[in-house]
Design a protein around this ligand. Structure first.
Ligand SMILES: [Zn+2]
Length: 130
């Protein structure tokens, strides 16, 4: 389907807003072995792509762009569903170690803190139910 990827997720930009990101130095630039905008995405970014994203200096810009334009496909190390369900899911932690509700209250939105906060809310709801 997308066999001619020649720049940063360039094929992904077909039909996208004209202010697509200019991600100079992106790890996926020129990569032709991955389909970044598959017809059906997996639940998480496939390992080979995730490895590129994890090492990519443009990852945060890429992710911010995809979130702001609700772009389809794997961007910034996230899937479309992850971005839509969790917003800016891949923010870097502001702390060492695992996330917690108190770190979440202080503004950290890393996965660990979001999960910890979600657990806390679930527990509160369970208690309130009783
Ligand atoms: Zn955190």
């Amino acid at each position: 389907m997308y066999s001619q990827i020649t720049a940063v997720n360039q094929v992904a930009l077909e039909g996208s807003p004209s202010n697509a990101p200019s991600l100079s130095g992106a790890a996926c630039a020129g990569d032709t072995q991955f389909d970044w905008i598959p017809a059906a995405e997996t639940d998480t970014v496939p390992a080979g792509m995730a490895a590129l994203c994890n090492a990519c200096p443009a990852r945060s810009e890429c992710l911010a762009w995809a979130v702001s334009w609700d772009a389809e496909g794997y961007w910034g190390g996230t899937t479309t569903a992850q971005r839509r369900g969790r917003g800016r899911d891949d923010q870097e932690p502001t702390h060492e170690g695992p996330g917690s509700p108190s770190l979440y209250r202080r503004g950290c939105r890393c996965r660990g803190c979001k999960d910890a906060q979600a657990d806390r809310i679930r527990q509160q709801r369970a208690r309130n139910r009783g």
